[in-house]
Design a protein around this ligand. Sequence first.
Ligand code: CP
Length: 317
Amino acid sequence: MPLRHFLRDDDLTHDEQALVLSRAARIKAAPFTDRTLVGPEVVAVLFDKQTLRTQLSFSAAIAHLGGYPMVVDGKLAQVGVRESIADVARVMGREAVAIVWRTYGQDRIEEMAAYAQVPVINALTDDFHPCQILADLMTVQEHRGDLPGKTLAYLGDGANNMAHSYLLGSALAGMHVRVATPADHQPKPEILARAEELAAAHGGSVLITDDPVAAVADADAVATDTWVSMGQEKEKDRRRGETSPFARFQVTTELMGHADPEAVFLHCLPAYRGYEVTAEVIDGPQSVVWDESENRLHAQKAILSWLVEQHRAGEQP
Ligand code: CP
């Protein structure tokens, strides 16, 4: 059995994604019943970029599973600078049963996975944020029921990691996914093509538009993200200034009025009220962002324990 990783949303099949989401729901209902990491087994958790939720939720997830979260500061480890990614992977793979990494290029985490010999989980790269999307899908399922056939609208920067992961993860789930973004912030063509392929295979659809109202019309879930992703700090004035290309895509109460009356509002956080979303929406009755944040814990326990189980099964003689 090949070693499995979770580097991008479509590393799971449709059925595996559903299985991981149902495992997450079971874990949420009985938080300390899954003890896959008892020992405690070590999971290495590396951060090359800022974090609050991801460090917190992975640390808690690993502890709940009976393991030990070995959190490594990327500024100290300097992966790929002080030594090669391959050598870091070889070292960590001897001491940890899994590696969780937040880093920059997708090529970096792919190289880690190529050499680690244990499952590697993407805790955010420039291209994808697949653990966040598992938590988001879990949240939509909790509030709106079965995912296939549901519509998720994302507004804002169509070229960022959240847009890419919403495209792949929602299409994989058989949902209708719509991205409203300016013409010069389109998703990467190969990721869009993959999302269209997944949607066609699983009964969903993909729409990319510059019309925010068309995107949210009758949607079951409306999502946005910061207009200034990590690594884009130098572009802050252009992205958040008075002439921001994203200003038309702000999620307001008026815009939410075009969605299904029961629609939920999602934001991976941290949020910037008055920019990508108004305070009235994120702090209002349709917002499920605190459930979404909590579900990082349950979804990550599910994907981590499932991957470790898969690896152990593959090592059986
Ligand atoms: N949503 C998310 O990944 O949060 P952090 O950047 O705080 O980890």
